[in-house]
Design a protein around this ligand. Structure first.
Ligand SMILES: Nc1ncnc2c1ncn2[C@@H]1O[C@H](COP(=O)(O)OP(=O)(O)OP(=O)(O)O)[C@@H](O)[C@H]1O
Length: 400
């Protein structure tokens, strides 16, 4: 058992930088846990404070029922792998792996046996006599992991473990790391600023900003239901669309389109209230022809991202929708199109993921429909409700 519990953990560096701000966090036994956030948010400081390499200015760190807040690193039963691996250049792979055992005064024969066994598990047996300078980046990383594993620590702490590898090797090492962690079942905390890496590897993720935690959740939770607009903007290979919206009775007015307010959202919002409507580009469907209840605008940019493209549309903010007057005549979809097409390119940029082969051209008019249950509403930056998608029916759009 090795859960990690942090209570009101605070770190103020000499000089006054507050890197951790009364942070509360619980990491479960056996979890593969990511600390994610932009540069300077305090990820490395948190990891080093768990390791005992930084002394907390306040609060506590417990590993299971042991309060380790004031214990030196060697007494915490944790092993840390540094970003640059910090291997000893003058020692062989075997000596590097065995080094922590030497510090623990394990006898020479047991050290050699343990190093050989760990090297074997990590596919390093053929490299035991080499020095770090004679290894690839991926191999060096494995040696660093082997050195951390050799002592059977209760907790692994990994600081940007993949950042020194090139893109291809990184994918390989990612899979390897995930499999290794599964097999060992050791509580592992890793720092990354790469949201894709965190989503791919972690059981749970803590998204940090300014020494605080903005959300803790599974990759699915933080991706599908970001608790605030900070997390919404940080998670995802393409940032979430965040568009101003107004509650009008049973509807939500978003960029000139009336979306039905979802069941359950009524209790959370008030009539006339201004909110932010959020939906991921992946959860919008693009149509080159009018669709009732769709947001519409002009295609401005088409970015090829391999098997799909990211299409940016300029959706006008102001239409006749907000003063209640019909925006056109006849069919709901085409009237929305008329409103969108006629407006000056002024408004909100909305991004949508479009499959290869179906990309529009810049200058085209397009329609985008949110998928059911994938729309979110934020008040003052915090999630208030999950909106249902507009039912694809005439009458949901402006002028219908
Ligand atoms: N030894 C130090 N002395 C003073 N300030 C420090 C020290 N180490 C870090 N800081 C400051 O503390 C804050 C948090 O730094 P930290 O390295 O923990 O952030 P991070 O999220 O790991 O960033 P990065 O992704 O850039 O490594 C930053 O403002 C940083 O400048």
């Amino acid at each position: 058992m090795s859960a990690i519990t942090m209570r009101e953990l605070t770190k103020v560096y000499p000089g006054g930088v507050q890197a951790l701000d009364a942070l509360d966090l619980e990491i479960a036994d056996g979890e593969f846990f990511a600390l994610l956030g932009p540069s300077g948010c305090g990820k490395t400081t948190l990891l080093r404070t768990i390791a005992g390499l930084e002394v907390a200015s306040g609060g506590s760190v417990r590993i299971d029922d042991r309060d380790v807040t004031n214990l030196p690193p060697g007494k915490r039963d944790v092993a840390m792998v540094f970003q640059d691996y910090a291997l000893f250049p003058h020692m062989t792979v075997q000596e590097n792996i065995a080094y922590p055992l030497r510090i623990k005064k394990v006898d020479r024969r047991s050290r050699a046996a343990k190093a050989a066994e760990t090297a074997d598990e990590l596919g390093l047996s053929a490299l035991l006599e080499r020095r770090p300078g004679q290894l690839s980046g991926g191999q060096q990383q494995r040696v660093a992991l082997a050195r951390a594993m050799a002592c059977h620590p209760q907790v692994f702490l990994l600081d940007e473990p993949l950042s020194n590898l090139d893109a291809r090797l990184r994918l390989e090492a990612r899979t390897f790391l995930k499999r290794l962690q599964r097999e060992l079942g050791v509580t592992t905390v890793f720092v990354t600023h790469d949201q894709a890496e965190a989503l791919a590897l972690a059981d749970r993720i803590a998204v940090m900003e300014g020494g605080r935690i903005r959300q803790v959740g599974t990759p699915t939770e933080v991706f599908r239901r970001p608790a605030n607009t900070f997390v919404a903007g940080f998670i995802g290979s393409t940032p979430m669309n965040l568009v101003d919206a107004t509650v009008r009775g049973d509807e939500l007015h978003v960029a000139g389109v009336r979306l039905p307010l979802p069941e359950g959202a009524h209790a959370q919002v008030t009539d006339g209230e201004s909110l932010v409507y959020g939906v991921r580009p992946e959860y919008l469907d693009y149509s080159p022809t009018p669709v009732p209840g769709a947001l519409t605008g002009q295609v401005v940019v088409v970015e090829n991202l391999g098997s799909f493209s990211l299409v940016s549309l300029d959706v006008p903010d102001e239409t006749a929708a907000d003063d209640g007057a019909p925006a056109g005549t006849g069919h709901a979809g085409s009237s929305a199109a008329a409103a969108g097409g006629a407006a000056e390119a002024a408004g909100t940029s909305v991004q949508v993921v479009v499959a290869e082969g179906s990309e529009p051209e810049p200058g085209d008019t397009g329609w985008v429909v949110p998928r059911p249950g994938r729309s979110l509403l934020y008040r003052d930056g915090n999630l208030v409700a999950v909106a249902a998608a507009p039912a694809p029916r005439a009458g949901a759009a402006v002028g219908g």
